[in-house]
Design a protein around this ligand. Structure first.
Ligand code: SF4
Length: 278
């Protein structure tokens, strides 16, 4: 014995599946780590996946739809509007306008009134009727299933395209970044970006591809149920020990950092009230 301590080999990072299996076997949430452990974001994401899967086993898109066209329209309507409100507007809309051609021929003034309660009704009417016209004329009435084609449609941005691809076509082309995903990704320190496109790029590097669609549902569900914008419920948060912001918010009593976030030019994040982004 030379007295020198033998260094233990570093533990290999567990996959989300292994963590979930262990959680199910013991009936307890996966391994609890102390707050603020300096584990790499990619390893923390694995732990977060296992935890979110246990907490929100039924997470799904909360917009009501039966086909890709309905989801596209509902997603455009959901900008700056709650899914609950959209789900109140769409039944009558989908009953009246069954195809892209039906929508393309709609009278804009009437359509505006039909969607008025969802807010931004003029811009949304322009986007929906424009997109439906393009779908009817260029794609024989079928919503295209590629990112390139979707973002070419009037009023359709990457976020809407990701929602449609992930939930109607089961294709993982990207990660939906809405206000909840942006806020939680910042609080969980998975990104330092404030621009939705850059946040998506950061997430795509650390979230395994097979989880891209469900990942945004988990963050949206957590954002709506626990990690509220102004008063996050950190004390009862199921991922507190994996969240670097939680202890700070609890100590200071305020979710201040994110509220005061600025990008490199000193500009506030775009994910703020009053903007319309598809
Ligand atoms: S600990 Fe607080 S800030 Fe972190 S995810 Fe939970 S609720 Fe949000």
């Amino acid at each position: 014995m030379n007295g020198a301590r033998q260094r233990r080999p570093a533990a290999a990072a567990e996959t989300p599946d292994a963590l979930s299996r262990r959680s199910t076997a013991t009936g307890r949430p996966p391994r609890a780590l102390p707050c603020n452990v300096p584990i790499k974001p990619r390893d923390r994401v694995c732990q977060l996946i296992a935890r979110f899967r246990a907490v929100y086993p039924d997470a799904h898109c909360e917009l009501t739809f039966k086909n890709p066209l309905q989801l596209l329209i509902a997603t455009i309507l959901s900008a700056q509007c709650t899914d609950k409100r959209v789900n109140m507007v769409t039944p009558a809309l989908f009953k009246k306008y069954k195809t892209a051609a039906d929508c393309a021929q709609a009278d804009p003034a009437i359509f505006q009134e039909e969607i008025r309660s969802s807010g931004f009704f003029r811009s949304k009417t322009k986007s929906i009727l424009g997109a439906c016209k393009a779908i009817a004329e260029k794609y024989e009435g079928k919503v295209p299933d590629t990112m390139d084609a979707l973002v070419e449609l009037p009023g359709v941005g990457r976020k809407t395209a990701n929602v449609v691809l992930g939930n109607a076509f089961r294709k993982s082309e990207g990660i939906v970044v809405d206000t909840h995903v942006a806020r939680l990704s910042q609080r969980l320190r998975l990104t330092r970006e404030t621009d939705a496109t850059k946040i998506e790029q950061d997430l795509m590097k650390i979230v395994p591809r097979e989880y891209w669609t469900i990942w945004s549902h988990w963050l949206i569900w957590h954002g709506r149920r626990r990690c509220f914008a102004r008063k996050p419920d950190c004390r009862n948060c199921e991922v507190l020990n994996l969240c670097p912001s939680g202890p700070v918010f609890i100590r200071t009593g305020e979710a201040r950092e994110v509220e005061n976030a600025r990008d490199t030019r000193g500009v506030k994040p775009r994910v703020s009230r009053g903007t319309f982004s598809a």
